[in-house]
Design a protein. Structure first.
Length: 389
C-alpha cells in the first residue's frame, strides 16, 4: 500500500470520527431536564472564599460536626461580585464533609427570591477549571509528542467519553440491556479507535478481530463468573443510590457484568494493536514470510506483552481498594474471609476474567494478522522465483 493511500485512509477515519463527535454532541440524552424539579431561581456558581468562621464546629475524636460559616464573593451568575454568608453543614463523615479555607474557590448554590439573594449554601470545592487545564495539558502533550497520531488519539478520547455519556449511560437508564448496549458501544469504539491509528485496512481488520474476540470471551466468562460467585451489582459504588433515585427497575447485576468487559476492553485493544503492528512490520521487512511464520511471530510478541498486560489489569483494579486491603490487614481479617468478601470477589472477577480475554485476544490477533497480512506460500514461491531470475 502506498503512503498516499495510507494517508487517505487515515484522513477518512479522522473525518468519520469528527462526524461522529459532532453527532454525539448534538444528540440529546433525554435527561437534560432531569433536574427540572429544582427551583428555577437556583444558581450554581463559583465563589471566592473571603473568610471562614469555625467557632461552632465541634470535634469529638475524629468526628467533626456543626456548621462552618463562610463569607464568599460570587464569581458568576446574576449576582456576580456580591458578598454573602454561606453555610457549610458538617455531618461527621470524612467522605462527604468539606472544610474550606480563606482564599479557596468553592461551588455554591445561590437561592434567589424577588431578584435578591435569599440564601447561599456551600456545595464543594470548585475543581472544573483545574480539570480543564489538566485535560488540555494532556492533549497538548499527546499532540507535541505524537503529531497527527496524537491528534487522532485526542479524537478517540473525546469519542469514547461522548459514546459513554450520550449512548451507554442514557440507554442503560432507560432500561436497555446493559450487556448488549455495552457490547455494541465497546465494539464500535474498538473499530473506530483502531481505524484512527491505522486507517481502514487489513491491519485494522486483524486488530479488530483479535480485540473483539477477546471482548466476547471476557463477556461470556464475566456473566458466568458473576452468577457462579453470587455477586450482586450493588457492589458498585453509588449503585444503591441509583435505585433509590427512582430507577428501581434497573438490573444492577447486568450493569456489573457489562462493566467487566468494558473495563478490560482498552487493554485488549492495546494488545491487539501491538501484535498486528508487529506482524505488519515483520511482513513488510520480510515479504517472503509464510502465513504460518507470520502467525508465530505474532504469537511471540503476544507472549511477551501478556506478561505485563495481566499485571496492568491487576494494578488498575486493585489501586482503588488499597484502603480496604489496609483495613483487612489492620484488623487481622483471616484470608478465607477476605477472599469470600463480595467486594474482593468482584475485583477477582474483574482481574482474572479480563486476563482471560487478553490470553484469548493474543493468539487470535496473531492468527488473523498472519492470514491477512502475510503473502502466503504461493506468493512467497513466486517472489523467490522472481528474485532468482
Amino acid at each position: 500500500m502506498t503512503k498516499t493511500a495510507t494517508k487517505k485512509r487515515n484522513w477518512l477515519s479522522s473525518v468519520i470520527c469528527l462526524a461522529l463527535i459532532g453527532v454525539l454532541l448534538l444528540l440529546p440524552t433525554g435527561y437534560e431536564n432531569a433536574g427540572a424539579g429544582r427551583l428555577a431561581s437556583e444558581e450554581r456558581v463559583p465563589a471566592h472564599i473571603v473568610s471562614t468562621d469555625d467557632s461552632t464546629i465541634k470535634d469529638t475524636g475524629l468526628v467533626r460536626s456543626g456548621e462552618q460559616s463562610c463569607t464568599v464573593q460570587l464569581l458568576g451568575g446574576s449576582h456576580k461580585g456580591e458578598t454573602h454568608r454561606a453555610g457549610n453543614m458538617l455531618n461527621g463523615s470524612f467522605e462527604q464533609d468539606k472544610i474550606y479555607k480563606a482564599g479557596e474557590t468553592a461551588l455554591v448554590l445561590v437561592s434567589v427570591e424577588d431578584g435578591s439573594v435569599a440564601a447561599v449554601s456551600m456545595i464543594d470545592h470548585y475543581r472544573i477549571s483545574g480539570e480543564i487545564w489538566l485535560l488540555l495539558a494532556f492533549f497538548a502533550l499527546l499532540i507535541v509528542f505524537a503529531g497527527w497520531t496524537g491528534l487522532r488519539a485526542v479524537l478517540s478520547f473525546i469519542l469514547s467519553v461522548l459514546s459513554i455519556w450520550k449512548i451507554l449511560v442514557p440507554l442503560s437508564l432507560n432500561g436497555a440491556n446493559p450487556i448488549l448496549v455495552g457490547a455494541l458501544v465497546t465494539t464500535g469504539l474498538i473499530i473506530m479507535i483502531i481505524a484512527l491509528v491505522f486507517g481502514f485496512n487489513r491491519i485494522t481488520l486483524a486488530s479488530c478481530i483479535g480485540a473483539i474476540s477477546g471482548l466476547a470471551v471476557t463477556a461470556a466468562l464475566g456473566i458466568m463468573s458473576t452468577n457462579a460467585f453470587h455477586i450482586h451489582g450493588a457492589v458498585m459504588s453509588f449503585s444503591e443510590s441509583l435505585l433509590y433515585s427512582g430507577y428501581e427497575h434497573l438490573n444492577l447485576t447486568q450493569i456489573f457484568m457489562a462493566s467487566i468487559f468494558i473495563g478490560s476492553s482498552g487493554a485488549m485493544m492495546d494488545l491487539s494493536v501491538d501484535i498486528a503492528a508487529a506482524v505488519n512490520e515483520v511482513v513488510t521487512k520480510r515479504p517472503d514470510l509464510s502465513r504460518f511464520e507470520a502467525m508465530m511471530s505474532g504469537m511471540r510478541v503476544g507472549r511477551a506483552a501478556m506478561g505485563t498486560m495481566t499485571t496492568t489489569l491487576l494494578l488498575a483494579y486493585s489501586g482503588s481498594y488499597i484502603a480496604l486491603l489496609m483495613v483487612f490487614m489492620a484488623q487481622g481479617t483471616p484470608m478465607i474471609n477476605v477472599f469470600n468478601y463480595k467486594y474482593v470477589a468482584s475485583e477477582v472477577i474483574h482481574t482474572i476474567v479480563g486476563s482471560f480475554g487478553l490470553v484469548a485476544a493474543a493468539p487470535l490477533t496473531a492468527a488473523a494478522s498472519g492470514l491477512l497480512l502475510a503473502k502466503g506460500e504461493q506468493n512467497t514461491t513466486l517472489s523467490q522465483t522472481a528474485m532468482e531470475e
